[in-house]
Design a protein around this ligand. Sequence first.
Ligand code: P1T
Length: 380
Amino acid sequence: MKFGTKAIHAGQVPDPSTGAVMTPIYQTSTFWQESPGKHQGYAYARGKNPTRSALEKCLAELEGAKYGLCFSSGMGSIDAIVKLLRPGDEVITGDDLYGGTYRMFTKVFAHFGLKFHFIDMKDANNIKKHVNDKTKMIWLETPTNPTMQIIDIEACAKIAKEHKLILAVDNTFASPYLQNPLALGADIVMHSVTKYIGGHSDVIMGALCLNDEKLYTELAFIHNSCGATPGPMDSFLVLRGIKTLHIRMERHCYNGRIIAEYLKTHPKIDRLYWPGFPDHPNHAIAKKQMKDFGGMISFSLKGNKQEDAFRIASSMKVFTLAESLGGVESLINHPATMTHASIPKAEREHAGVVDSLLRLSVGIEDVSDLLDDLKQALNA
Ligand code: P1T
């Protein structure tokens, strides 16, 4: 089956007890057991719930995976991956990451004896310089949040295999429609389902997809033991949202291209980050590993003044000033004070997250309204 058919049908069959075509919201915390341990596959809803199971199967199919696990947030799913490690282990990761991921690595897990190397991964060969006998994992985002760095997943997978490391890829910015890291050799794909997959800015959720049975068993154990599992209502909302993922992504990409092209020649803009431009670093790799270039765009302003960025962000009428991304509605965000505020200034600036940087999540509205909005806000 092709992607659009899977998005609508995978993991879902008419409900066996009623024939309901849409997967019911099994709003129950526990399940009847005929005798202790004898049940119909469901015992306690932290471990397993039928609405969530349908979504996990659907997501796994969209990522070409055997297994899917849904979490109560994207951060909950990252937390589970890091818990595969032991004190003393080291992780090699990128120098441009979602601020919450950076915060979890440096402010939570560093206290448990884990070490994180934040390096430039645009040339995957840099990874080799940081591998030692304690290295256990490579963690990457591509495109990265918020400067859209493109990392070569296949090249990273080769290095990971050579050194027996786990390669985990945060695929949030691409969504499974644009990029499937497992097919490129990754071991685990992570999503903030909150974003494109949910698509309607009404759910917080995370997911992991993978093929390796041993890793899955470990992660499923952590999932149930630590308990960051989502409820059935949220699972239902995501199942509903996911049915239009392929259509939404096409429109995000279409609108994203038009807006990126408009901004490219704007006299007030200094640097523009969108992987669809031939001069974007690693554009050729983006072309190779992604189906299209997405609707996430960042730009900094000439003069690099935070007050100019604030004025633009607050002048938008159709774009909403808010954290998050990937919903049908367009959002604008100021990473330095919002999504990436927990990264020390010197480190974020090194990655391009300067005081005037603004990030757009281009929605699926009529693109002419989005263009008009940007025009008036840039001139405000
Ligand atoms: O918000 P949550 O569902 O817990 O997902 C965390 C997360 C993980 N990975 C990436 C690449 C992300 O962008 C996020 C969340 N990001 C935002 C809220 C944001 O506005 O960038």
